[in-house]
Design a protein around this ligand. Structure first.
Ligand code: BG6
Length: 480
């Protein structure tokens, strides 16, 4: 007797770095949490003849039925063979759902998509057909439009899942919930009360073995065009009409539409890390990596100041920064409130709210209270929440969440076509201005907080928070 449904998960680029670092661990976690749909069968596609077992890091519960398929994205005939191999499952299952996961170099995307469409893999006659695409989605607005067009020639928008793995992070999903479900935040979320917002995505690692890719991307295309603009939208958007994928996506895009064109000269700082050594370790410079030009001008650090031209955010600066080989890995959104004048003290500090995305995931509010035994002095203290207090392993891996959402048909945590195109529209002029105006690139020592120049965009009025590994600590000298 035939079983009811097969869930086929086809990974293009199965021998690649992402598959081993992110996809296999996520699939293993889904098995552990018993959330992987029944009868999931993995097909891994790669160009090479296989020497090793590519599925060795996959849980034996699924690796035993996993199959490797030698496939060249340019070879139409290979897709014909793939069709035959998938169709064999019709003998055992009544219904066949298929997820295509594109984890190859982006240059192969268009060939894979076109070939899938020509062999009718996009058709949903007996089970769903969904396609997942890793970033970068194009390399500028034109190429992202072309890619969207190729996709939409065969797939409907609700079959397409453009991955931005930041959206799968539990703490990123919490931004909207905390903002809108707490009146203490919601009521103050505007330019009457907020003075400026900082968004930081710092990484301790360098570019690892991704020299060739990173040379063409740099921090702007690798992090700012996607993860950081997503975080910006979640921080700045209006309340969605309902908790639905389309409502939230509609509000996010409105933020991008209102970003004022960035002052490239005064409000953008680019940096590149150079070799550094301390008593414990030596870090090589960016240019010493394989695949990187010895005179490379690619930025590994990017900071900018931007404004959103709407009633809520008029004149409120957003400071955004990201970089490789900074002192610690930390992602956070820091909302700095205005100082308020009051009769009790003129020394009160401003309130600060921090959404700590990772690590030591949590929320922190800095607030003032009376210093005991003193009539005029204030203390500035922390109210804090750490997710780890809810239990060990409470924060699931972003890819685990996202893969499950693909199986469940939930597109909320994926980028819609208009978002990706609009995000490129913001980034394209920055990239162009860098090329044509020969913009400056500042050196910074690996392990430091990036070029000192990055403080200049604050015009001495304020400065970045220098976060530490632990949410409650900050400052340049804290333990990293
Ligand atoms: C990826 C970038 O999208 O995000 C990498 O390509 C970066 O360069 C990574 O290291 C950061 O992700 P996370 O989840 O480790 O913050």
């Amino acid at each position: 007797m035939k079983k009811s449904t097969a869930n086929i998960f086809i990974i293009f680029g199965v021998t690649g770095d992402l598959t081993n670092r992110k996809l296999f661990p996520a699939l293993n976690d889904l098995i552990k949490s018993k959330n992987l749909p029944k009868n999931t069968i993995i097909y891994g596609c790669g160009r090479k003849n296989l020497k090793n077992n590519v599925f060795k890091n996959l849980n034996p519960k699924i690796s035993s039925s996993a199959k490797y398929i030698k496939l060249n994205p340019l070879e139409t005939n290979d897709f014909k063979k793939l069709r035959t191999k998938i169709d064999i499952n019709k003998d055992n299952f009544k219904k066949i759902n298929i997820v295509f996961y594109l984890s190859t170099p982006p240059s192969a995307y268009q060939f894979i998509i076109k070939n899938l469409i020509s062999y009718n893999f996009n058709k949903e006659n007996n089970g769903f057909s969904r396609i997942v695409i890793e970033k970068p989605f194009g390399e500028d607005q034109n190429s992202s439009k072309r890619l969207n067009k190729i996709l939409k020639d065969g797939f409907k928008e609700n079959q397409i899942y453009r991955i931005d793995h930041y959206l799968g992070k539990e703490t990123v999903q919490n931004i909207l919930v905390s903002r809108f479900s707490n009146l203490v935040f919601k009521a103050l979320w505007n330019n009457n009360f907020i003075s400026y917002v900082e968004i930081t995505a710092a990484e301790k690692i360098g570019i690892e073995r991704r020299g060739e890719y990173y040379e063409s991307a740099g921090a702007i295309k690798d992090m700012f065009q996607n993860h950081l603009l997503e975080l910006l939208c979640l921080t700045a958007m209006e309340e969605p009409k309902e908790n639905s994928s389309e409502s939230i996506r509609d509000e996010k895009i409105k933020v991008l539409q209102k970003i004022k064109s960035i002052d490239y000269k005064a409000h953008i700082i680019r940096g590149q890390y150079t070799r550094s050594e301390n008593s414990k370790k030596t870090y090589k410079g960016y240019r010493d990596n394989e695949g990187v030009d010895k005179r490379s001008k690619t930025e590994t650090f990017f900071a900018c100041k931007l404004f959103i031209e709407n009633e809520r955010w008029k004149d409120i600066p957003f400071f955004i920064r990201t970089g490789k080989r900074l002192p610690t890995k930390v992602t956070e959104i820091v909302v700095n409130f205005k100082r308020n004048h009051n009769v009790f003290s003129d020394k009160n500090q401003n309130n600060v709210l921090i959404f700590r995305i990772q690590p030591d995931e949590g929320l922190l509010v800095k607030f003032n209270l009376k210093k005991p035994g003193d009539k005029t002095e204030l203390l500035n203290k922390n109210l804090e929440f750490h997710y780890k207090k809810l239990g060990k392993d409470i924060i699931s891996n972003a890819y685990e969440t996202l893969i499950l959402d693909v199986f469940n048909g939930n597109t909320m945590l994926f980028s819609r076509s208009d978002f990706v195109e609009k995000a490129w529209e913001i980034v394209d002029p920055i990239v162009k201005s860098i090329k044509t105006k020969n913009s400056k690139l500042y050196a910074y020592k690996a392990g430091s907080w990036g070029p000192r120049k990055a403080d200049d965009i604050f015009r001495n009025e304020n400065t970045w928070r220098y976060p530490c590994k632990n949410l409650v600590e900050d400052g340049e000298t804290c333990e990293l």
